[in-house]
Design a protein around this ligand. Structure first.
Ligand code: NAD
Length: 399
């Protein structure tokens, strides 16, 4: 079939298999051209392995460190005339390339929050790699099914007072006003349940209990702080509360990881276009401004550049891992320079439909959204007939 992007709001309901595979190939090329990461992990579990930061971490571990990987994700294969999700195509491409390079790559399609998933992953670690040297928690979920059968949903809302700002319609490229009411207390609590540190702690407790974490094992979780212009909706909003809980969880995990000579880190990453980020209100304007100035400066990075830098110059550089005063590993250093943030602040309130193209890189933001779904990727022939059915070896945990 001929597959075209079909955009609804901040969602694209189609994905292109060849474009997604080309995206993975480009990530592999970038990691390989940066050179082998000495002292990196050789067996890595990634929870949330098919999206922006999780997939990039998996590629970095496999092709930068030669690691065997186990990836947990929520993705769907093609069905009828519906294409698979982008993460399905990308994970299939990753798995094929990893196996061709002689690496073990196990995929688990199912709910990372469930105890059954944790048990099945542990069984697989035991029987195939024995133990893991690194556990990366990179989940971005909209909801979490709790053991009592109820569902907690995460909300992207401000706290205390309403938020009003501007957003950009992906389809039309028009600026639109945005207003959000503050979150109710239960929405805050539910967001912390979904995106906070509890499930990370449950994973590590289960893995430790099963003795499948190798001596010196490192576990990481990704967070975002960002710019003061996005604080009302992010850092000081419901999601910020959940991210605050990650710091608490990292502190709690430090003790149990130390017993095996290991460590737990929250890593602060740069704001980038991913499935999760595209859902955050107002992020389109911020990222479009950020891309503009950072590309001009030559400091723009994609997820793969960030994870490669995280491994090479932070986590596995040899010696103590550099952390800030809160114990976090910082990869948002280039995003938060005065020069970058001055540009964002200066233009934040003056962007209109008339200057969107010149003052921001909305074109680059939109291109990143399309390429995330395998569209608008260089070298891909979109007029060619492609088979939307791409098979992948997965351990399915949904039934
Ligand atoms: P993403 O949407 O690209 O990826 C999310 C991953 O979680 C996917 O692999 C998806 O399949 C998986 N997932 C979601 N629900 C699941 C479930 N119930 N069970 C199993 N897998 C599930 O998101 P991302 O932006 O890469 O986010 C990953 C982490 O990085 C998040 O903690 C996010 O807050 C953080 N982060 C993102 C940015 C950014 O700008 N995108 C910046 C800093 C930190």
């Amino acid at each position: 079939m001929i597959i075209k992007p079909r955009i609804r709001g901040f969602l694209c309901t189609t994905a292109h298999p060849a474009g997604c595979a080309a995206e993975v190939d480009e990530q592999i090329r970038i990691v390989q051209s940066a050179g082998r990461i000495q002292g990196g992990p050789r067996r890595v579990l990634i929870i949330g392995a098919s999206g922006g930061y999780g997939l990039a971490t998996r590629v970095t571990a496999a092709f930068g460190c030669g690691a065997d990987t186990l990836g947990v994700f929520f993705e769907r294969p093609a069905e009828g005339n519906r294409t698979a999700s982008p993460g399905w195509y990308k994970s299939a491409a990753f798995t094929e390339r990893a196996e061709a390079a002689g690496l073990y790559a196990a995929n688990f399609a199912g709910d990372a929050f469930s105890a059954a998933t944790k048990e099945r992953v542990i069984e697989e670690i035991r029987s195939h790699v024995g133990q893991v040297d690194m556990v990366v928690y990179s989940l971005a979920a909209g909801a979490r099914a709790l053991p009592d059968g109820s569902l907690a949903r995460s909300a992207l809302k401000p706290l205390g007072e309403p938020f009003s700002g501007m957003t950009i319609d992906l389809n039309t490229g028009e600026m639109r006003e945005l207003s959000l009411e503050p979150a109710a207390p239960e929405e805050v609590a539910d967001t912390v349940k979904v995106m906070g540190g509890e499930d990370w702690e449950l994973w590590i407790a289960a893995l430790l209990e099963a003795d499948v974490l190798a001596r010196g094992c490192v576990t990481t979780n990704y967070t975002y702080l960002g710019s003061e212009v996005t604080w009302p909706i992010y850092h000081h909003g419901t999601i910020g509360k959940a991210k605050e809980d990650l710091d608490r969880a990292a502190g709690a995990l430090a003790g149990s990881m130390a017993k095996i000579g290991g460590a737990a880190y929250v890593c602060v990453m740069k704001g980038l276009m991913t499935q999760a980020a595209s859902a955050i209100p107002g992020m389109s304007l911020y990222l479009s401004l950020l891309f503009k100035i950072m590309k001009e400066q030559g400091t723009h990075e994609d997820c793969i550049d960030q994870t490669a830098r995280l491994f090479k110059s932070r986590l596995f550089a040899g010696g103590d891992v550099p952390v800030d005063e809160s114990g976090r590993v910082r990869l948002d250093d280039w995003e938060l320079t005065d020069e970058v943030q001055d540009y964002v602040r200066q233009h934040w309130h003056e962007i209109s439909n008339d200057n969107l193209e010149t003052l921001t890189d909305f074109a680059g933001y939109r291109q990143a959204f399309l390429s995330m779904h395998g569209f608008d990727v260089a070298g891909v022939d979109y007029s060619a007939d492609v088979d939307a059915n791409v098979s992948m070896n997965v351990i399915s945990l949904s039934e």
